[in-house]
Ligand binder design. Structure first.
Ligand code: F0G
Length: 485
């Protein structure tokens, strides 16, 4: 397949991303009336994680475990080899994954954070320093549980939410050098996260990864790659990094994996299945991690996954090597971002992977950060359109050691576009409802904790509105839209 033949030129003036797949299995949706949406979000403690799915119209919470699967994946799931030990499904995964990433040893785990648990158990000791381009919630929690400290070494441009910088996920290599000089033997590994989740699904360049890789090799410190969002990062390397434009996705993947000593990922994201995987080419690193898989996950040939998911993962990983497959997400996200920008709605640019990220701090300028701006916007977007997004801001942080709120550097509402799930008209509907909300943003107020778990509080914590603003917003919706949905 030629690398240049993937663009489609339209005869008319309008240009838009075109799906290179067709839909053959559908799930019926219901759009609940605004009053029902209001009572549902109240009942859910204003936490979109606690909503029941039957009141959700567009589930934009995450891309995790909800990407559309292919006919080939479903077919493979029918041929899975169920066996506690020595499953041939696992052998097929070993063959596929080892070939794609060029790493001999693989360890199966039940999902991405389980890989983080295994890696942290094997390598993180109290007082260790863990440099990374940016943290992810579960990564930081697992490292923190073992007394390690995450240090984020993102570049200057990472926090500029509106920008033309193509690689905001890059690591500041000079800062890494400085840190490694200062901490010497106190750094068990360096972590690079593909498609940097919490800053808006922003990628790094292969050039930057190579610089980080070279420095790690020089210092003999393992480089760990979180490849959960690799599909999007691959798309951006190919389309934004001039030197990579002509290379196949498979070749780029291999160059990326060659820089890392350990690759791990959530297969709920990469490979459009469920489960997770750790890969390494280094037998000593493999031995250090090995014991934790039977302890926490399951035997070494299933790791807590069903064999059906293992088969789906093999096929999904192989399909990820197809540019037509991985382009769909980022191109739909770019379409949505462009539509929002055209309406002057604050959104993270350039468009990244995973989803569309609203800049809640600008959207709700009048809400103080201590009242959870992004959480408030998440609740408001659900009331406005049955859109279930995810707060990525202060609620997703953990409190400081002294108990004070750790105010997040960015306050984002992520509206995820799980891969190949939503149609163009649904994306246009989401834009329309966000637009209405933006026009009525002054009606939105803040939130306060009612019950707050200590660890990963955003998953199950409950909040209340600081006033009756949700009721006012719902009433305005009813007044503007009459008796329609
Ligand atoms: N690393 C990254 C970059 C992730 O985005 C995630 C999950 C994980 C690790 C953990 O993987 O969920 O399979 O245990 N991100 C999900 C999200 C939760 O919605 O962004 P997991």
């Amino acid at each position: 397949m030629g690398t240049m033949s993937n663009t489609i030129t339209f005869f008319g003036k309008e240009s838009f991303p075109l799906e290179m797949h067709k839909v053959r299995i559908v799930q019926k949706l219901r759009l609940a009336p605004v009053e029902e949406r209001l009572s549902a979000i109240r009942a859910a403690g204003f936490n979109t994680f606690l909503l029941k799915n039957d009141v959700v119209f567009m589930d934009m919470l995450t891309d995790s475990g909800v990407n559309a699967m292919s006919d080939r994946q479903l077919a493979a799931m029918m041929m899975a080899d169920d066996s506690y030990a020595g499953s041939m499904s696992f052998e097929r995964l070993r063959e596929t994954a080892s070939a794609i990433f060029g790493k001999e040893f693989i360890l199966p785990v039940h999902q991405g954070r389980a890989a983080e648990n295994v890696i942290s158990s094997a390598f993180v000791k109290p007082g260790n320093v863990l440099p990374m381009n940016y943290h992810f919630t579960t990564t930081k929690a697992h490292i923190g549980l073992r007394g390690g400290k995450v240090v984020e070494l993102y570049g200057r441009k990472a926090m500029e939410l509106t920008s033309a910088e193509p690689f905001k996920g890059n690591m500041d290599v000079a800062a890494l050098k400085k840190l490694l000089d200062a901490e010497r033997d106190n750094v068990p590994f360096v972590r690079m996260e593909a498609g940097t989740n919490l800053i808006g699904g922003q990628p790094w360049s292969l050039e930057n990864l190579k610089e980080v890789g070279a420095l790690c090799r020089e210092r003999k410190i393992p480089l760990v790659l979180d490849a959960s969002l690799l599909a999007d990062n691959l798309y951006f390397v190919k389309t934004r990094e001039k030197t990579q434009a002509e290379r196949s996705i498979r070749d780029i993947t291999r160059s990326i994996a060659d820089e890392a000593d350990i690759v791990y990922f959530s297969a709920r994201k990469l490979g459009c299945a469920r489960g997770g995987l750790i890969l390494t080419g280094d037998s000593a690193l493999y031995e250090s991690m090995l014991q934790f898989v039977p302890l926490y996950e399951g035997f070494l040939t299933y790791g807590g996954m069903s064999v059906r998911e293992i088969e789906a993962m093999s096929v999904g990983l192989e399909e990820t090597m197809d540019f037509d497959m991985i382009r769909h997400g980022p191109e739909f996200i770019a379409f949505m971002v462009d539509e929002l920008v055209a309406r002057k709605i604050p959104v993270v640019t350039p468009a990244g992977g995973l989803g569309c990220h609203l800049n809640a701090r600008e959207f709700l300028e009048h809400v103080p950060q201590t009242e959870f701006i992004a959480g408030s916007l998440a609740a408001a977007a659900f009331i406005a359109g049955g859109l279930r997004g995810m707060e990525r801001g202060t609620m997703s942080e953990e409190r400081n050691a002294d108990g004070s709120e750790h105010l997040s550097e960015v306050e984002l509402l992520r509206l995820a576009l799980p891969r190949r799930v939503f149609t163009m008209s649904q994306v246009k509907y989401a834009v329309d409802r966000v637009h209405w909300l933006f026009e009525n943003r002054k009606l939105v107020g803040g939130l306060k904790w009612v019950s707050e778990p200590k660890i990963l509080r955003f998953f199950s914590g409950r909040l209340d509105s600081t006033s009756d603003w949700p009721e006012k917003l719902a009433r305005k919706f009813r007044a503007d839209f009459g008796d329609s949905l």
